[in-house]
Design a binder for this molecule. Sequence first.
Ligand SMILES: [Zn+2]
Length: 425
Amino acid sequence: MTRLLLALLCCTLVLTVVAAQTPQPVAIRVGRLIDGKGGSQQNVVVTLNGGKIANIGKSNGPVTYDLSKYTLLPGFIDVHVHILWHFSPDGRFQQGGTPEDRIAAGVANAKATVEGGFTTVQSVGEAQDLVLRKKLEDEKLPGPRILTSVRQINEYSRPPAPGGQRGQGGGQRGAQRALSTPDELRAAVQEAKSAGADLIKLFASASIRDGGKQTMTDEQLQAVCGEANALGLRTLVHAHSAESMKASVLAGCKEIEHGVFATQEVMNLMAERGVYFDPNIGLVLQNYLEHRAQYQGIGNYNDEGFAAMEKAIPLNYEMFKKAIATPKLKIVYGTDAVAGAHGHNIEEAVVRVQKGGQKPMDAIVSLTSLSAESLGMKDTIGTVAKGFEADLVAVDGDPLTDITALRQVVFVMRGGKVLASKEPH
Ligand SMILES: [Zn+2]
């Protein structure tokens, strides 16, 4: 008798433990689903289990979240942000600042970014990104998944001296400004990898404020992208002139950022080689102009620099029209969000459609599954389908008929966890 009771008790306990460990399925009813791969359907229920999408189907049963008035999409992805850039309390742009200030700003930027529907960003990038990422995870603060380059590499980059500070691209600034050797650049790539970089960010050209001409030699580009390829790291190249873009593609680099002076020839070359193109036409330059007083007088943020940026905006629109007309060119979604722009990342999509002539569905595919593919994450994020992470965004309206509906974010979930919601339930 006692044995039977014990056995029963034991079984009951086991059952209780199992029940506690099995997460309750979550069901979300949506009015419209845009899956991120070019498909859409009406009135469906998305079921989640353990933070992943378990099923998509029709059902009249009870649901956890009734979003039947809204459109559901995969969490948005921004492949080019500077998550720690911020304005200091006096309102001026501050590139430096104490690590504490930068992290505090990063926490606020991460919250604004995820509330805008972005569940994954790629920061290109600095070592402090790692500190921010860990803080968000440890303290369960709202923010996107963050990938980071940890540092940037340019024509003067060297691995940091032992015990020295990990450099940004600048390497030895000032007096001794000798170009880096290919060996030094390969060592810089190795150092970034051992510091935890998810990718390599390099500069093949000058800033648009300084004309955008090629700065790294072909040999240097080959060293950086060749070493990154050998180590299995993706490469993102800042390049404006067609010449610097072409040299980067020929050096085996995998993605080109900006590209305001891109020619049809170099776009064809990118398409042919499967190199991703991330033109930033809708947010970064407009943001600089809007916040001119906060940047003016710092480094190359001078009259000449602002004039160059103003001129580049219409050039970008024309360049983008050529890009979307280039067969097989893989255009990903990056904004180059800097201080003042965090939380407004979706403006790039609005401008790509309204000024660049892109079809809304193509802009959404770029914003989701295609950007996920560029991150090497095409089987886990960027698509609403069975088995994918439950990274989901609901917006008020139909972005296929009015792209500005993407601004009306009402619900954000990352990995099955609700991070922002304007809906009572
Ligand atoms: Zn950038």
